[in-house]
Write a protein that binds this ligand. Structure first.
Ligand code: TEU
Ligand code: CA
Length: 538
């Protein structure tokens, strides 16, 4: 039997920014529950809920101090149970974020571990002696600076691949692994739909050899986790794996290996950065390269022995229309293009909250407006190194994580009706035009294109299981078939703001979805800027 997650569409909720229910300016669980009707209307099957566990909030909840408690800013455990139950009534499963590469430094395990070298929890974390009075090696944190922090009390360094308030867990410790599995079972017993596993490719790290992702024990740990927790249950699991290549993605998702349902791979994320540098070192996207990566993951991953996820956005990356499309003149067309191209591909699509109404990046003019720890740390590090502050603000406006984290735009009203109070992060002023209320009232809106695409996936096996075949064309155009039995669908998309010509021999049977007009003849197409359509061909 085909597992449910192969024909599902998952919607990511960033809880801090989705809907505030009590006027404190912070989104919360009751707020999410109050919007389930909207999500059911969109048609999604599951919510991936970014972390709502108890947390000091250094990294907006990705620094967890208690895995089995809800952070008071988001509500209570009863609110969580209510969300799971009500979501079920709306045919929506709740997929929890599982952040087990690291904890918060306020987690009781770390508070204990810090006390002494022989504390029973010491080995839950990664400690090393200084080398010549310095850090054990030059491993760097994703959030700038050394990945090692010196602890005065015990005279050793601990490892943190993210903020120093996010100490890395030591997966070599079997007690720790068991504690994590017990915690996962606690959530499984509450009736959740599965887990999205934060930076899961780091858990097999070998810091002394400077191996962080894809360490030697990664897959054995995942197989052990599968057996101890979700294996054999009707749950979906998706690993966040920045280091996944096609062969690696197969290892995670081959059903015979009993690891995960699928992974998020990020090969397209490096396309607009300078080679060998960081995401902040900007480079213009080459559409040919983007097309190549998209096609590669459709054609080279064997979907009979692997599975993949499809996404443009999440809470760590900018809004796609601002980044690779057009968020001004062609905002609506380009948003629909990204939707059509992705949702008719092979794999499980994810929609990030606000993507379905075409929300855009929100540029800041000063560092004081920035909230995200990654951007702030980078800025201060580079200012100290003599970089031009203007260039750094430009990089933050292009790539910073706050872009996708601005509050959900529900209406044109005050603070977009995200909150009755003062929002924790600025609401994009364009909510006067870009908002859910306006989208629902306009039959031609981006929202209804998403709704349509989700419905097509649910109703047509060809979207779930059809083979992908590329049609050769210029870099600006992506054209492909999906084929199942004698059924053949054609998808065509012009990723540029210029007209493009294309000529195909196929005959149209009927149109499925489009962002200008339904095409009538394929033999001499002049594609308008960001034009995209899908048709059934004979
Ligand atoms: O992200 C992993 C990660 O490596 C990101 O920090 C990413 O590299 C960066 O944002 C893009 O440059 C996950 C979570 O999704 C992220 O929100 C957390 O901050 C991070 O793990 C630590 O838990
Ligand atoms: Ca609130």
């Amino acid at each position: 039997m085909t597992p449910w997650w192969k024909s599902a569409v998952v919607y990511q909720v960033y809880p801090k920014s989705f809907q505030d229910s009590n006027g404190d300016g912070i989104g919360d669980l009751k707020g999410i529950t109050s919007r389930l009707d909207y999500l059911e209307k969109l048609g999604i099957d599951a919510i991936w809920l970014s972390p709502v566990y108890q947390s000091p909030g250094v990294d907006n909840g990705y620094d967890i101090s208690d895995y089995q408690a809800i952070d008071p800013q988001y509500g209570t455990m009863e609110d969580m149970e209510e969300l799971i139950a009500k979501a079920k009534e709306h045919h929506i499963r709740i997929v929890m974020d599982l952040v087990v590469n690291h904890t918060s430094d306020q987690h009781k395990w770390f508070i204990e571990a810090k006390k002494s070298k022989d504390n029973p929890y010491r080995d839950y974390y990664v400690w090393r002696d200084p080398v010549d009075g310095h850090e054990p090696n030059d491993l760097e944190s994703t959030f700038s600076g050394s990945a090692w922090k010196y602890d005065e009390t015990t005279g050793q360094y601990y490892l943190h691949l993210f903020a120093d308030a996010q100490p890395d867990l030591n997966w070599e410790n079997a007690d720790l692994r068991q504690k994590i599995y017990d915690m996962m079972n606690f959530w499984i017993d509450k009736g959740i739909g599965g887990f999205r596993m934060d930076v899961i490719d780091l858990i097999g790290k070998k810091p002394d050899q400077k191996i962080t992702n894809n360490g030697p024990m990664l897959h054995p740990y995942l197989q052990e986790m599968n057996r101890a927790t979700f294996g054999g249950k009707d749950l979906m699991t998706v690993g966040e794996t920045w280091g996944a290549t096609i062969p690696i993605a197969k290892e995670y998702s081959d059903p015979d290996r009993d690891e995960l349902s699928m992974v998020f791979q990020f090969e397209n994320q490096g396309l607009d950065q300078q080679a060998g540098k960081s995401k902040w070192d900007l480079r213009k996207l080459d559409l040919g390269e983007l097309k190549q990566v998209l096609v590669k993951w459709q054609t080279e991953l064997d979907f009979n022995h692997a599975w993949n996820s499809l996404f443009w956005e999440n809470h760590d990356i900018p809004r796609v229309i601002s980044r690779w499309g057009n968020d001004q003149e062609y905002r609506v067309q380009s948003a629909k293009l990204f939707a059509i191209v992705l949702h008719l591909m092979h794999g499980t699509p994810y929609v990030y909250n606000g993507e379905e109404i075409g929300m855009t990046n929100y540029p800041v003019s000063d560092i004081s407006e920035v909230s995200d720890i990654e951007s702030l740390n980078m800025y201060h590090e580079r200012i100290a190194q003599g970089y031009d502050p203007k260039e750094l603000i430009k990089a933050i406006n292009t790539k910073g994580r706050d872009n996708a984290r601005t509050p959900m735009q529900w209406t044109a009203g005050k603070e977009a009706d995200f909150t009755t109070g003062t929002p924790w992060l600025h609401v994009n002023p364009n909510h006067d035009k870009i908002n859910v209320e306006a989208a629902l009232a306009d039959p031609d809106s981006i929202f209804y294109t998403y709704q349509k695409l989700i419905k097509l996936r649910h109703e047509h096996d060809i979207v779930v299981n059809g083979a992908f075949e590329l049609i050769p064309s210029q870099d600006e155009v992506l054209a492909y078939y999906r084929i199942l039995g004698d059924e053949k669908w054609l998808v065509v998309a012009n990723f540029s703001d210029q007209e493009q010509s294309l000529s195909l021999a196929d005959e149209i049977d009927s149109a499925l979805v489009y962002n200008y007009q339904a095409p009538r003849d394929l033999s001499a197409l002049t594609l308008k800027p960001y034009e995209a359509f899908a048709v059934i061909v004979k």
